[in-house]
Design a protein. Structure first.
Length: 323
């Protein structure tokens, strides 16, 4: 193909940066396609996410962070399905061969792959504006995937970790606000190195009625569960877990926006019948990840958000590429 990085360089590049042992595959990088086997009584779970320069990251962002996040956002989709990721493919468009950039990118990417025990089994490498597309494949026992569509009236609504930190980090970089020094490192880490909640997602099999990962903001993503499940919800802003400094200034519309619609959180939002509260606490302890109940699924239409026992009208709708 004319725009593939010149033959010699392309194969060197793949061999050098993207060829590792692939114990989870029958055949990995190097042939026309890879070969994998899905365990008996499991379904193949497949998802793909593109990371585009200027939209998902800045060109001058350290390449290791770009590599980590390009994979982490895909792992988060597996977590949201209650699936165990096993294989990834990587389609890379690069403006030039820059070995410093590639080495950094590969390091961040494989740090994440190693942490979650996933094999890179193939991909495609072309010249073009920087674009990183990762396809992820995993397994879930047949019938046990966590869907958006299973929420039931009376379920508790839970979220993992803390919300809003990544949005504050991004707002700081964009000079829309100045994040205080004491929380800046936490906010930037949340933005650049999100921690997919894989153990939580798999632990929720057979427990949660519905689940989604929060990539576009709590309101937007919980909204997807409500729509798919044809239910409503009531959530209390003061219960939404966030940095204590943010909690102390919850009246600030900027902070409200960060935790409700900032996006880039990569935490899980899920619904569970009330009688399973103790099991959720055990899962939280086992995984070392805080899980917080923020409200309840209702038979009403849409989402009722309350703050200090009053309904809160909220304009921000979450991130929408075409909104
Ligand atoms: P084809 O011409 O058949 O598409 P390619 O020349 O694109 O094959 O790729 C050769 C091999 O290298 C294939 O096994 C492919 O999956 C793998 N590959 C290409 N780019 C990457 C990449 N960025 N990461 C991992 N594997 C890659
Ligand atoms: Mg190819």
């Amino acid at each position: 193909m004319p725009n593939e990085i010149e033959m010699h360089g392309e194969f060197d590049l793949i061999a050098r940066y993207f060829t590792r042992a692939t114990p989870k595959a029958d055949l990995g990088v190097g042939d026309d396609a890879a070969l994998v086997r899905v365990a008996p009584h499991c379904q193949l779970v497949v998802s793909v996410d593109a990371s585009v320069v200027g939209t998902h990251f800045y060109a001058d962002c350290p390449p290791a962070w770009i590599g980590w996040k390009a994979l982490a956002v895909n792992v988060s989709d597996m977590a949201a399905m209650g699936a165990m990721p096993k294989w990834i493919t990587l389609a890379l468009a690069l403006p030039e061969q820059n070995s410093h950039w590639l080495a950094g990118f590969a390091q961040g990417f494989f740090d994440c792959a190693t942490q979650f025990d996933i094999d890179l089994i193939g991909g495609d490498t072309t010249r073009g504006p920087l674009n990183i597309t990762v396809q992820i494949m995993g397994e879930v026992p047949t019938g046990q995937a966590l869907l958006r569509s299973g929420a039931q009236v009376g379920d508790d609504i839970w979220v993992s970790g803390m919300l809003g930190s990544a949005a504050l980090g991004l707002a700081h970089i964009q000079k829309k606000l100045i994040v205080p020094d004491v929380i800046l490192a936490d906010c930037l880490k949340a933005l650049h190195q999100p921690q997919p909640r894989l153990a939580i997602g798999m632990g929720l099999r057979g427990m949660a009625h519905s689940c989604i990962d929060i990539s576009d903001g709590l309101i937007a993503d919980l909204g997807h569960i409500l729509k798919a499940s044809d239910v409503g919800a009531e959530i209390d802003l003061e219960k939404v877990p966030c940095l204590s400094m943010v909690k102390q200034s919850l009246h600030s519309p900027l902070f409200q926006q960060a935790i409700l619609s900032g996006g880039d959180d990569y935490e899980l939002c899920f619904t569970v019948p009330k009688h399973k509260r103790a099991e959720i606490e055990v899962l939280s302890q086992r995984c070392g990840v805080p899980l917080t109940c923020i409200g309840e699924v209702t038979s009403g239409a849409g989402l009722l958000l309350t703050y200090q026992n009053q309904p809160l009208s909220f304009a921000g709708k979450g991130f929408d590429h075409f909104g």
